[in-house]
Design a protein around this ligand. Structure first.
Ligand SMILES: [Zn+2]
Length: 224
């Protein structure tokens, strides 16, 4: 999960739909703006180019009983169907970090090792802990046949992404002045890229090896 800059202006349809008895919070303008703001990535698992995007409510509206949450632009998130279903568990109600307000990388550590995802958060931070648990479950909770397939797909995509990333890091280490590898790595470390939080965390943990990278410096692309 990475920080998202949400467009401050709510899509026009939300105010119109809110006045209807069973208005829609996922009209085309809403989905289009969410897709753009969230870089066509599920905000939880960071899978890119979603074929099954859904509009999710960060804070649940309990079957529209809390109406202001249904059409609140700041409560709408771009998510894949799999993660939306995992998050629908009551344990996460009102307890997930808002990545449009605070930077998840300040509190969460995304680790991929030996083919498994582990997300760490400070133990005294309940919101961080619940968010870490949610992200981890979206890769590891294989309690149904469908979830086994969905988790397997995400682990496979993450594994492919990380392998390309590690190979490029190796090439960069061999020729650190190569503009080609620097450019590739900076693209891979951009928040818009798939599974960016995992790659950025890896660099943070090995920063002394990669100080030459643009993303390791203090500028608008900084990851420090
Ligand atoms: Zn997802």
């Amino acid at each position: 999960m990475v920080k998202i800059e949400r467009c401050p202006r709510p899509p026009a349809s939300l105010a119109v739909e809110e006045k209807k008895k069973y208005g829609s919070y996922s009209e085309p303008d809403v989905v289009k703006q969410l897709k753009e703001d969230f870089h066509d990535k599920c905000y939880i698992c960071e899978l890119k180019n979603l074929s099954d995007p859904e509009v999710e409510h960060l804070k649940p509206h309990y079957n529209r009983t809390i109406k202001e949450r249904v059409f609140d632009w700041n409560n709408l998130f771009y998510v894949c169907r799999h993660c939306n279903l995992v998050k629908s568990s009551k344990v996460y109600d009102d307890k997930i970090l808002d990545c449009c307000v605070s930077d998840p990388e300040d509190t969460l550590k995304h680790v991929f090792v030996n083919g498994h995802v582990k997300i760490y958060s400070a133990p005294e931070d309940e919101q961080g802990q619940m968010t870490a648990d949610l992200i981890e479950n979206c890769f590891e909770k294989k309690d149904t046949g469908i979830r086994i397939a969905a988790c397997h797909h995400r682990i496979k995509e993450l594994s492919n992404t990380m392998n390309i990333f590690y190979k490029t890091l190796e090439k960069y280490k061999q020729s650190p002045t190569s503009a080609r590898y620097q450019k590739s790595l900076n693209q891979m470390l951009n928040r818009e890229s798939p599974f960016a939080a995992f790659k950025r965390n890896y660099i943070r943990e090995h920063i002394s090896d990669y100080l030459g990278l643009e993303c390791g410096k203090t500028n608008e692309n900084t990851i420090l």
